[in-house]
Write a protein that binds this ligand. Structure first.
Ligand code: DGL
Length: 286
């Protein structure tokens, strides 16, 4: 992705080789696992803390003021407990709003996940792009600014899906997911007008790649689906610089509620290298 996620922050690559940096990967739930998978490939020596604020899930329904307060409060606890060298906000809903407040509050670099409007604009041939995201992300000024900066020559359809993140969590937990509900959620992405039709859909919620194969199957016609996770992982690897590990990296998953930690979910987490799971209770009202 070409969008400079750290523009204006003054961050430069951590120049010296790190023995064993700790990466904090943060999301409202399980969607950040799609970013984690790329990060562990790009930064195989880093210790990983995967933090799911499942007590706050879904973030798409929180007001902007609630979301800023919630993310700062949870990050406060996580930074105090795990002392990360770098945090990846693997959540578009939070990144499109909270990054400036996080950078102002904490002395570590933050890498965000924002809608891939510029790569979408570069990839489209028909000029019809759809941004599939949460209702929160599509409502952000930040998202509109990205469109104004990179995609004014194109027609961009913003689709705020209300149920897709929850369905993605269900799929990962091995619970049944109704194809017709997924079909209805993605249907507004597919536009036909004046002999042209949508040819690019950006996956602008980190949960959605968990449903990618299903969405490809249910799409009314083939499109290019853009997942920004590989670009985010490259960016993080650049920032961390070369590693000189002394020990095998450690990975742990942290949940702020832990309410939905079923056996199939634990197996799925282990598949992402997260066999160790801890609960750091942070109720939503806190
Ligand atoms: N995974 C998140 C995102 O990228 C948000 C899902 C939610 O909590 O609503 O937007």
């Amino acid at each position: 992705m070409q969008v400079d996620l750290l523009a204006g922050t003054g961050y430069r690559p951590l120049a010296l080789p790190r023995t064993q940096p700790t990466l904090l990967v943060f999301d409202s739930g399980l969607g950040g696992l799609t970013v984690l998978a790329r990060l562990t490939q790009a930064c195989p020596h880093a210790n990983i803390v995967y933090a799911a604020d499942d007590a706050g899930f879904p973030y798409g329904r929180l007001s902007e003021a609630e979301l800023v307060a919630r993310t700062l409060a949870v990050m406060e606890r996580l930074v105090e407990r795990f002392h990360p060298d770098l945090a990846v906000i693997a959540c578009n809903t939070a990144s499109t709003l909270v990054l400036p407040a996080l950078r102002a509050r904490f002395g570590i670099p933050f890498v965000g996940t924002v809608p891939a409007i510029k790569p979408g604009a570069m990839a489209t041939r028909s000029g019809l792009i759809s941004v599939l995201a949460t209702p929160g992300t599509v409502a952000r000024d930040y998202t509109r600014e990205l469109i104004g900066t990179y995609a004014t020559a194109h027609h961009v359809t913003l689709v705020g899906a209300t149920r897709l993140a929850g369905l993605a969590e269900s799929a990962l937990k091995g619970e049944p997911v109704d194809d017709e509900v997924v079909r209805a959620e993605i249907a507004p992405c597919f536009i036909e007008a004046h002999g042209r039709r949508t040819d690019v859909v950006t996956l602008s919620c980190t949960h959605y790649p968990l449903l990618l194969e299903r969405m490809k199957r249910l799409a009314p016609w083939p499109v290019t689906w853009i997942d920004p996770a590989p670009a985010i992982a490259r960016r993080v690897a650049d920032l961390l610089g070369p590693a000189a590990p002394l020990l095998p990296p450690e990975s742990t998953a942290v949940f702020t509620s832990g309410g939905g930690l079923s056996a199939p979910l634990r197996i799925a987490l282990a598949g992402y290298g997260l066999a160790q799971v801890t609960i750091e209770p942070i109720p939503l009202a806190a």
